[in-house]
Design a protein around this ligand. Structure first.
Ligand code: SAM
Ligand code: SF4
Length: 463
């Protein structure tokens, strides 16, 4: 007998990937995914607690499921992700309609835990963070239409303890997946039509450092092996901690064609005083040197970042240094956030909290300037012909087709015929929109760059 499963996912790409894994594990126990929570026999809420707002959203959704449990006492409600790890048994005490609280290291036990909850109607937590944890070998089940791009987790956890951040407390220490498991997963995905892979970790540059027992495969070595997998057109990765960005990685990026020239390099602040209090372990000067090295070896590279404004003690002068850094680096885009106290993170106890109105004003100023820089950069690309990987039809661009360049820029373009997601085209850029570009397929340019050839047959058919 099949049962209905509903999964709600908050937060980062790691959580999205964990939700896929949980759906597959429960699918093997005859749980089929359903579109809404009302008809579910099991609800999983995969939560995020990176900022106060994210956690608040999860609590309010979980609260709203009380009525479903009252209507159907057989319903099993599970909380997973970082709120589960952070709050543990306190969540069960706070919300009596919840059945299970399962931390990120324990999701592979979900089938057994859900079965026990259903049969014994016993409420439980599984939030142990073990230093001996290893990520089980696990191949995604691929049926029906497989997306042309996928995320592959290469490591979990973080050892860095940035003072604002909850991740090391909720995801534990760094645990790298076995390289052979990663390569098996990527080959399996490529065999099923996946053309673009993004390798995921909180700090991918320290991949492998926790596995001294094996002949160490560094992150650049892993990238080289992944890029050798045939049928893959593009390989991306995120996130890189600036302190661990090595010359070897910069060389690898320049040498390997399939590695996309896009680097997400979170800076967090432009002030050395703030960086030190954040425990980031690099200075503004170190960071700028790494940006220069990236640009020297790969001039077309697009650099993006994360920035926090209003960290405890951040003065107007500190903030001005962050604004100045925007001018020096000229990021393609930036994710920017107001600092938010997290209960387990050290900075929650720091003095000199910045008033909310100052944080809001700084964020607005930073975002407005970054918008201008982003659109100035897009403007410089007009007239170029670029490689685009087709993603699908764009709702925002009135049904035109949409795709991404290797630098991860969005390009919309009309096409006379059906295209396939994952196909590579050449598109001549004609105008900029708010966060994207518009162009036309460059039919007169039959030759794709030698480095990315996967979609060539399809282009020729279309002409
Ligand atoms: N591991 C990555 C890194 O080191 O950049 C990403 C970690 S986190 C999932 C993504 C971003 O959230 C961080 O880069 C930071 O800018 C932001 N962030 C983390 N904790 C925060 C907090 N307490 N308040 C505001 N923003 C925060
Ligand atoms: Fe959080 Fe810092 Fe680790 Fe990133 S590197 S996950 S910001 S502690």
């Amino acid at each position: 007998m099949s049962r209905n499963l509903y999964i709600e996912t908050f937060g980062c790409q790691m959580n999205e990937r964990d939700s896929e894994i949980m759906a597959q594990l429960l699918g093997e126990e005859s749980y089929l995914e359903t579109a809404g929570p009302e008809e579910a026999d099991c609800i999983v809420v995969n939560t995020c607690t990176i900022r106060g707002k994210a956690a608040q959203k999860a609590y309010s959704l979980l609260g709203s499921y009380k009525i479903l449990k009252e209507r159907n006492p057989e319903l099993v409600i599970v909380v997973t992700g970082c709120v589960a790890q952070q709050d543990g048994a306190a969540l069960l005490a706070r919300m009596p309609h919840l059945d299970l609280v399962v931390g990120p290291q324990n999701i592979y036990r979900l089938p057994e835990l859900v079965a026990a909850a259903r049969e014994k109607a016993a409420r439980a937590t599984a939030v142990e963070l073990s230093p001996a944890f290893t990520i089980p070998a696990f191949l995604p089940k691929l049926e029906g239409g497989v997306a042309h791009k996928r995320f592959v987790t290469i490591m979990q956890g973080c050892n860095n303890f940035c003072t604002y951040c909850v991740v090391p407390h909720t995801r534990g220490r760094e645990v790298s997946r076995r390289p052979e498991d990663i390569l098996a997963e990527v080959s399996h995905l490529a065999d099923h039509g996946v053309r673009e892979i993004t390798l995921l970790g909180q700090n991918v540059n320290s991949y492998g450092l926790d596995r001294p027992e094996t002949a160490r495969v560094t992150f650049p070595a892993l990238l080289r092996q992944v890029a050798e997998i045939e049928r893959l057109s593009r390989v991306r990765f995120t996130t890189s901690h600036p302190k661990d960005l090595s010359p070897e990685l910069i060389r690898t990026l320049a040498e390997i064609d399939k590695l996309c020239p896009h680097f997400h390099l979170p800076v967090q602040s432009g002030s050395d005083l703030v960086l030190a209090r954040m425990n980031r372990k690099y200075t503004r000067g170190d960071y700028l040197e790494k940006v220069a090295a990236l640009r020297q070896s790969c001039p077309e590279i697009a650099i993006t970042t994360d920035i926090i404004v209003g960290f405890p003690g951040e003065s107007e002068a500190d903030f001005e240094q962050t604004m100045e850094l925007l001018e020096l680096v000229r990021y393609d885009s930036a994710f920017s956030f107001k600092y938010s106290d997290r209960p387990l993170a050290a900075a929650a106890d720091f003095a000199d909290k910045v008033p909310e109105e100052h944080k809001s004003a700084r964020l607005a100023r930073l975002q407005a300037r970054q918008e201008e820089i982003s659109s100035e950069i897009l403007q410089t690309l007009i007239g170029q012909t670029v490689e685009v990987m087709v993603e699908g039809r764009s709702k925002a661009a009135g049904g035109q087709w949409s795709g991404r360049t290797p630098e991860n820029r969005i390009v919309n373009f009309p096409a006379p015929e059906e295209l396939q997601p994952g196909q590579l085209l050449r598109v001549k850029l004609e105008e900029t929109c708010r966060h994207s570009l518009r162009g036309v397929i460059a039919w007169s340019q039959p030759k794709l760059t030698a480095r990315r050839h996967q979609g060539q047959e399809t282009i020729l058919q279309l002409r």
